[in-house]
Design a protein around this ligand. Sequence first.
Ligand code: DX5
Ligand code: ZN
Length: 218
Amino acid sequence: MPRAIISPSVLASDFGQLTAECKRMIKGGAEWLHMDVMDGHFVPNITMGAPILSCVSKGVPGIFMDCHMMVAEPEKWVNDIADAGGALYCFHLEATSDPVSLIKTIHDRKMKAGVAISPDTPSTAITDDVAAIADMLLVMTVYPGRGGQAFLERCVPKVAELRKRFPDKDIEVDGGVGPKTIDLCANAGSNVIVAGTAIFGATEPEKVIATLKATVDA
Ligand code: DX5
Ligand code: ZN
């Protein structure tokens, strides 16, 4: 299994201090920052888009922005996110009819490509041709749309199914993940760990980051 990467979700941060919050996480041991882009269509909420991500990438040199695109038309934002400094563009499989060409477009813009599935989408929806060219697979462990929701344990078997099919691929989990649920995620085979509330809500986020990382790498 690939090594652990911790990606704190800035959705749980103080948006008024976004660059400082990202720097604080990197100092605390985070390698990636998870940027939740919501468009008010694919999900009911609106969060942030390319203009904000652009400020963050300028304000935090070297940042790896793991962009989780909860948008209805993922094809539409590839160029804007690339121009804003996005490192990984993760779209929802439910939102596109042609994932293969979307991944190629993302790669053309020199970003890594991720494919996300919501709780009701089976792991088999990620076909071999899509997985072969994707850099990362994301199994949502809550319904996308807001932070702070309870972890859906019934999504965990999908992680195990994907890990069995793709032993070397980065597999991310997102939603309700923290010290209480990391064992399930790590045992199933996820190695990229998103956590919002569990990290930003902690008095010592660096300790939470270290715990999550150590559990995956154990
Ligand atoms: C949910 C987002 C998640 C969320 C995670 O739609 O995709 O990234 O911010 O937050 P927690 O860890 O609080 O569930
Ligand atoms: Zn997310």
